[in-house]
Ligand binder design. Structure first.
Ligand SMILES: [Fe+2]
Ligand SMILES: [Fe+2]
Length: 138
């Protein structure tokens, strides 16, 4: 089952999230196949890149515009990065980390972080006129 993005209405953030969704959907296609182990490694590399660039992008905006929920939001980002590091470490040690573990985690992240925290952040940016390209999600 392909995941669809919960949009924030901000083009820059939504297109970065699209990269994440693409990564998860690619992984889902490979889960359970003989390529699953390799697919997890590739997904982790892409997600690590995503974590560094996208999460930093959001956090810079929070600092710049004085987002009042920044501490809670950044804490969730740190949890995300920690979880990826944990899975990466398990794979390096040769421990069995099925693609489904990563998929479950990413689906949860999509619903609980992107669908809630990122949407709240987007609303804040709109409320302080920091998002001139905002388009209400359809
Ligand atoms: Fe976020
Ligand atoms: Fe995000």
């Amino acid at each position: 089952m392909e995941l669809t993005l919960i949009k924030t209405g901000l083009n820059d953030i939504d297109s970065q999230h699209e990269q994440l969704i693409g990564c998860i959907n690619d992984l889902a296609k490979s889960a359970g196949t003989e390529n699953a182990k390799e697919a997890v490694k590739i997904a982790l590399m892409r997600l690590s890149y995503y974590a560094v660039s996208h999460l930093a992008y959001e956090e810079q905006g929070m600092t710049f515009f004085g987002y009042p929920r920044a501490a809670e939001h950044i804490e969730q980002h740190q949890f995300f990065v920690h979880k990826l590091e944990t899975i990466t470490e398990k794979i390096k040690q040769g421990l069995n980390t099925p693609a489904t573990d990563l998929l479950i985690f990413m689906r949860e992240w999509l619903l609980t972080h992107i669908g809630k925290e990122d949407v709240l952040y987007a609303e804040f940016l709109v409320s302080c006129n920091a998002a001139p390209n905002y388009k209400p999600p359809v």
